[in-house]
Design a protein around this ligand. Structure first.
Ligand code: SPV
Ligand code: MG
Length: 431
C-alpha cells in the first residue's frame, strides 16, 4: 500500500484540514505528522494546547492511519525515515517565508522519487473566523502572560525586540525571515524605558510615568500576541511597585525587569559619566520580595537587573547581588555591561552558572554586539534583548527624509527611499 504524509501544526481542526485528510485517503495509508512545540514556536504558531492534545484531535478525525511527531519545521528527517510516496499540503505555502518549507519538501522528494500533491487551500469566512479566534486567544492575558516562561523552556534563547508603539509591535510580531533553509522570527517584545521615553521626546530618567508606559503597552498589546517584557526602571517606591506589578500582571505582561539603582535614574549606557547610585542589597531584596508577594499568578516574572558592572564595581559584587536577589525571589537575573567586548558578561554567566543552573539570565548586547545568540545560549543566557535598534534605525531615516523635503521644497526626491503605502497598509490587520 502506498504511503501519503502530511504535517499539521494546528490547535483546531477545520474543514480545510479535513479536506486535506479526505483527499489524502484516496492515495493510500495516511500518516500525519504533528509538529512538536519547539518547532511550532519558530513557525509563528504558538501552541495553545499540548502536543498530546494536538495528537488527539488528529486521531479524533478518524482519517489518519498513523499519527507521529515531526520535530523540525523542515522535512529532512521525517521524509528520510518514512520515504512516503506522496506528501500532501494546501497550496497556500507557495509564496512568502513558507515557500522555504515547500522547497525543502520538493528537494527531499526528488532524492527518492516521491511526489508532492497540493490541494487548493480552503479559506472561507468560517475558516477565517477560526483562525482569528486562535489569534485572539493568544492575545488574551492568561495566554500571553505565561508564554515567556514557556518560551524559556522551549527555545535555546528567547529573542526579544524593542517595541514602543503599535507599528513597532507589528514589526516584532510579523517579521519572519528564511535563512539557510530555516525560518526565524522574534519570540518576545521589550518595552524599553529609553525608547519609550525617546518616542515621546523625553529623557530616560523615569519621567514618563507608569500611566503613560501602560498606554504604550496597551497600544502594543492591541495588535500583537507575543509576550512582553517591561523595562520597569528602578521599580520606584516599594509602596508603588506592588500596585504596578499587579496591574502589569492583570494586563498580561509576562515580566518586569527592575534595576538596582536608586535616586534619579540615568540610562546605564552613560555608565560612570553621570552620577548613578546603586541601591543596597537589602533594600533591593525587600523590593523584590514585596513584588513577589503582590502577585496572583505563577506566570509573571520579576527579573532583577544588576548594575554593578556598569558602575565598574568588581565581579564578586555583581555575583553577590545576583545570588541575594535570587534568594529574595527574583525569577531571573539581568546582567548589564557597556564594554565593547562580551568578556565580563561571559565571565559573570560562567561564575553564576557554576552555582545556579536554572535561574534565567537576561542580557542586552547593545555595546557588546559582536556576540551571537548561539554563543550567548552556550554561555547559559536565556533571553537576549535587542533594546534600542529599531528606534536608532528609524530616527536617522526620518530625519534624513525631513531634511530632503526641506531642501527640495517637495517630496519627489525622497520618494524612492520610502515604503510604498500599500505595503504599510498590508502590515495592518483589517477586522
Ligand atoms: C532600556 O532599553 O531602556 C534599557 C537598556 O534599560 S539600556 O538602555 O542599555 O540601559
Ligand atoms: Mg531602561
Amino acid at each position: 500500500m502506498r504511503k501519503i504524509y502530511t504535517c499539521f501544526c494546528t490547535d483546531v481542526i477545520h474543514e480545510g484540514h479535513l479536506n486535506i485528510l479526505n483527499e489524502a485517503k484516496k492515495y493510500g495509508q495516511v500518516i500525519v505528522g504533528v509538529l512538536a512545540d519547539e518547532a511550532m514556536v519558530r513557525y509563528n504558531r504558538f501552541p495553545t494546547i499540548s502536543l498530546d492534545e494536538r495528537i488527539d484531535i488528529i486521531k479524533a478525525t478518524g482519517l489518519a492511519d498513523k499519527v507521529m511527531i515531526q520535530h523540525d519545521i523542515m522535512y529532512d528527517a521525517v521524509l528520510t525515515e518514512l520515504k512516503p510516496d506522496y506528501v500532501i499540503h494546501g497550496d497556500n505555502w507557495q509564496n512568502g517565508p513558507e515557500s522555504a518549507i515547500r522547497e525543502n519538501v520538493l528537494n527531499n522528494l526528488k532524492k527518492y522519487g516521491g511526489q508532492l500533491i497540493e490541494v487548493p487551500y480552503t479559506y472561507n469566512d468560517k475558516v477565517k473566523k477560526i483562525d482569528d479566534r486562535m489569534k485572539e486567544k493568544l492575545a488574551m492575558p492568561e495566554f500571553r502572560r505565561k508564554r515567556l516562561r514557556q518560551l524559556i523552556k522551549l527555545c535555546p534563547i528567547v529573542k526579544t525586540l524593542e517595541v514602543h508603539s503599535g507599528l513597532t509591535g507589528l514589526i516584532a510580531e510579523k517579521t519572519i525571515v528564511e535563512n539557510n533553509g530555516e525560518l526565524d522570527q522574534f519570540d518576545a517584545m521589550w518595552i524599553s524605558s529609553l525608547c519609550d521615553s525617546t518616542a515621546k521626546g523625553k529623557p530616560d530618567i523615569e519621567l514618563v510615568d507608569m500611566s503613560s508606559r501602560i498606554r504604550t503597552i496597551d497600544d502594543v498589546m492591541d495588535v500583537t500576541t507575543k509576550p512582553i517584557i517591561l523595562d520597569g526602571d528602578t521599580g520606584g517606591l516599594v509602596e508603588h511597585f506592588v500596585y504596578n506589578v499587579r496591574t502589569l500582571e492583570r494586563m498580561g505582561v509576562s515580566a518586569v525587569i527592575i534595576e538596582d539603582k536608586t535616586g534619579l535614574k540615568k540610562n546605564s549606557l552613560f555608565g560612570t559619566e553621570v552620577e548613578q547610585t546603586q541601591d543596597t542589597i537589602e533594600n533591593f531584596c525587600a523590593k523584590i520580595k514585596a513584588g513577589k508577594q503582590a502577585l496572583r499568578t505563577d506566570d509573571f516574572m520579576i527579573i532583577a537587573r544588576i548594575e554593578s558592572l556598569i558602575l565598574e564595581k568588581p565581579m564578586d559584587e555583581a555575583l553577590e547581588r545576583a545570588f541575594a536577589y535570587v534568594k529574595a525571589g527574583a525569577d531571573g537575573i539581568m546582567i548589564h555591561s557597556r564594554k565593547k567586548q562580551p568578556d565580563e558578561i561571559l565571565e559573570f554567566c560562567r561564575l553564576f552558572r557554576e552555582k545556579n543552573k536554572s535561574t534565567p539570565i537576561v542580557v542586552v548586547p547593545t555595546s557588546f554586539n559582536s556576540i551571537t545568540e548561539e554563543e550567548l545560549a552556550k554561555a547559559g543566557v536565556n533571553i537576549v534583548i535587542y533594546a534600542n535598534q529599531l528606534t536608532r534605525s528609524a530616527f536617522p531615516a526620518m530625519q534624513e527624509t525631513a531634511v530632503e523635503i526641506l531642501k527640495n521644497h517637495r517630496a519627489l526626491e525622497v520618494d524612492s527611499k520610502l515604503m510604498p503605502f500599500k505595503d504599510i497598509i498590508r502590515l495592518i490587520d483589517e477586522l
